[in-house]
Design a protein around this ligand. Structure first.
Ligand code: HEC
Ligand code: HEC
Length: 323
């Protein structure tokens, strides 16, 4: 019942002048209600909200996944969730935490060759890590995710020092050699396969794929695509050393390095036009696994290392003023 009809009922039988005043006041209330709608009584998905943003990161498969009943809402190309990589929905300090991301943007992106803001960065993960398509910049979903990530930063601001500590193993230190895929396979079989599966396919939470994964896939058709950050050996090794095996991250640097190489030696979805990334190729990370490069090191070395000789080449290039 609208405030006006409620008001009119209460006034029934009274003097017509009073009724008129109440009508005018009632109309004002209605007009006001149209302008100011309290968030609490709204369907969470009809207005951007922190809560909807949090759900979008945690239940991405259900809300934006390839099986969504409304084809217009099928945004991701995988049943993984953002939280498959941004653990605890980005709230845990340390590797791939989103607690401070709001303060990192806008900033220059070498990959895009220009200044990019938080929404562009979210779309970066939408189209690469989630193998999907871009959300419109002003959609409910984009605005909600952005609100959620900004809210995380406010939480970080009031967190005590001890809660800000990540509790992770010492950061990954890169071995001075090429990664050994065969050694990585052994690590995989002993430490990863039990959850991520014999063929890296992961384990669905139920027969309904909209419920996402209990253990997400590491390669194959439903994994992140070949333009994702996780395909970089050093990015993957850092994450794996810090977070995996889940609940017991105790790999050595060598094991993390080799198993990351093994994971990324497999087939995964292909992203078109990757050669257009990094318009200035001297900004390309040394472990970017796809060509072209501004150097003549073999592609195998960009995929597996050792990386120090490649860094040295670019340092010399910068010094000689040739870039
Ligand atoms: C396959 C793993 C993976 C998935 C899934 C994933 N991301 Fe990411 N995300 C990454 C990696 C890797 C980075 C880059 C970290 C770096 O630059 O070293 C990143 C970076 C980000 C950043 C920037 C963080 C910062 O502080 O600079 C945001 C924001 C982000 N992701 C949001 C999302 C959202 C939203 C989703 C879901 C739509 C998502 N990600 C899904 C791996 C993933
Ligand atoms: C006890 C089960 C378990 C084990 C063992 C385990 N993981 Fe995971 N892994 C997970 C879960 C669960 C996630 C998703 C995070 C979440 O849901 O909180 C994940 C996420 C990942 C991701 C990012 C998401 C994706 O699918 O790409 C990578 C990469 C990964 N694990 C690699 C490894 C590697 C390498 C090992 C072995 C060294 C390993 N994991 C061992 C459970 C496990």
């Amino acid at each position: 019942m609208s405030p006006m009809s409620r008001g009119m009922k209460r006034q029934s039988g009274s003097l017509s002048g009073v009724a008129l005043i109440s009508l005018v006041v009632g109309a004002g209330v209605v007009a006001g209600a149209l302008l100011w709608r309290p968030a609490a009584v709204q369907d969470p998905a009809s207005e951007p909200s922190v809560e909807y943003g949090r759900r979008l990161l945690r239940e991405t498969a259900a809300l934006l996944g390839p099986g969504h009943e409304d084809p217009a809402m099928q945004y991701t190309g995988t049943y993984m969730d953002c939280a498959s990589c941004h653990l605890d929905t980005g709230t845990r300090p340390g590797t791939l935490s989103l607690l401070q991301s709001a303060t990192q943007y806008p900033r220059f992106s070498g990959r895009d060759g220009g200044e990019r803001d938080l929404r562009d960065r979210i779309n970066g993960c939408m189209t690469r890590s989630m193998n999907g398509r871009e959300l419109s910049r002003d959609s409910l979903e984009m605005l909600s995710m952005e609100m959620y990530i900004r809210q995380l930063n406010e939480q970080f601001g009031v967190m005590g020092e001890s809660r800000r500590q990540s509790g992770e193993p010492a950061t990954f230190a890169e071995p001075d050699r090429a990664a050994d895929v065969a050694a990585g396979e052994l690590v995989y079989q002993e430490r990863c396969q039990v959850c991520h599966g014999e063929d890296g396919e992961g384990l669905a939470a139920s027969t309904d794929m909209a419920e996402g994964y209990l253990f997400p896939p590491l390669w194959g058709p439903d994994s992140f695509n070949n333009g994702a950050g996780m395909t970089r050996l050093l990015t993957a090794a850092r994450f794996i050393k810090a977070r995996m095996p889940l609940g017991q991250p105790d790999l050595t640097d060598d094991e993390a390095y080799d198993v990351a190489a093994f994971v990324n030696s497999h087939e995964r979805p292909q992203r078109a036009n990757l050669e257009q990334d990094y318009p200035d190729l001297t900004n390309k990370p040394v472990d970017s696994p796809y060509p072209p490069y501004a150097d003549t090191f073999p592609i195998e070395q960009h995929r597996l290392g050792p990386f120090e000789p490649i860094r040295e080449f670019y340092r010399d290039l910068a010094v000689s003023g040739d870039r």
